[in-house]
Write a protein that binds this ligand. Structure first.
Ligand SMILES: N[C@@H](CCC(=O)N[C@@H](CS)C(=O)NCC(=O)O)C(=O)O
Length: 287
């Protein structure tokens, strides 16, 4: 592959084996194969993977359970995106965009599908009356930071992470562009967190739950091996906030659900019961 490229008049799909996502990237939507999704015993059926986007939802569900909301009991089923599970017919029925996470809320007379992690967090926050203030100014601030994450993280993941860690060629222009934007985003957070304990103010909200798996992990050097490159230790307020949230027991549980990476003791491939966080995992969670 070369970085010199003159685009033709009309783009056509040339299947390539190069790059980490070559086998799943495609220019068309819709299912590639028939596959029903499994359904467990709990009101919430989550189809996901323990990436930052997936972690948001399992952290939220664990936080709700920690507050005593039995209606937040959930089955977390593994969707292996590297193997194309997101293109199965059952998954596409729940998320026509073929991306994790996707939730089926079966608590009412008719199942409700919810896709896009921000929509899932709002659905759960409103259903249980938690982590989304009702006072107009606090609610607006929470939603602003929630949607800030939805708009910003693609520059971090699809931009910086992709070109720094995954692309088959290192393109200085692309890495420089997205490193600059990622550092700007970290500075946005750092300045905000110099003023307030949490993103929306004094209280922990779905904004923190959405932002932490991406920017907390980045600040702790856990994303794309890019910590040193981006001098993440300089963002002192982000560091303080990342540690504070990372210490919450529900976050320690939620972050390992559906996870296929990291130490085996920090991976819980599927979660169907609170007891699935076994003793070995609990040791790790407290460590
Ligand atoms: N904006 C979406 C992003 C979801 C997303 O990008 N999910 C990725 C994994 S982190 C995925 O499922 N990728 C599979 C694919 O692109 O085929 C959300 O917040 O839910």
């Amino acid at each position: 592959m070369t970085t010199e490229y003159t685009p033709p008049a009309v783009w056509t799909w040339i299947k390539t084996t190069e790059g980490r996502f070559a086998n799943i990237n495609r220019p068309i939507a819709g299912p590639t194969h028939d596959k029903e999704l499994p359904v467990g015993k709990h009101p919430m059926q989550l189809y996901s993977l323990g990436t930052p986007n997936g972690q948001k939802v399992t952290i939220m569900l664990e936080e709700l359970l920690a507050l005593g909301h039995a209606g937040a009991e959930y089955d977390a089923w593994l969707i292996k995106i590297g193997q194309g599970d997101q293109f199965g017919s059952g998954f596409v029925e729940i998320n026509p965009n073929s991306k994790i996470p996707a939730l089926l809320d079966r608590s009412g007379p008719k199942p409700i599908r919810v896709f896009e992690s921000g929509a899932i967090l709002m659905h759960l926050a409103e259903k249980f009356g938690e982590f989304l203030p009702t006072e107009p100014a606090a609610r607006a601030e929470t939603l602003s930071w929630l949607f800030w994450q939805m708009g910003s993280a693609p520059y971090l993941g699809g931009g910086f992470g992709h070109f720094y860690a995954y692309a088959p060629v290192k393109i200085e222009y692309a890495i420089d562009r997205f490193a600059m934007e990622t550092k700007r985003q970290l500075d946005v957070l750092d300045r905000r967190l110099a003023e307030t304990a949490y993103l929306a103010g004094d209280d922990y909200t779905i904004a923190d739950i959405a932002v932490w798996p991406w920017y907390g992990a980045l600040a702790k050097g856990l994303l794309y091996g890019g910590g040193e490159f981006l001098s993440v230790q300089d963002y002192k307020n982000v560091q303080r906030w990342a540690d504070q949230i990372g210490a919450r027991p529900a976050v320690r549980r939620g972050r390992i659900v559906n996870r296929l990476q990291g130490e085996p003791s920090a991976q819980l491939h599927e979660r169907h019961d609170a007891s699935d966080f076994d003793l070995r995992t609990q040791d790790k969670l407290q460590g």
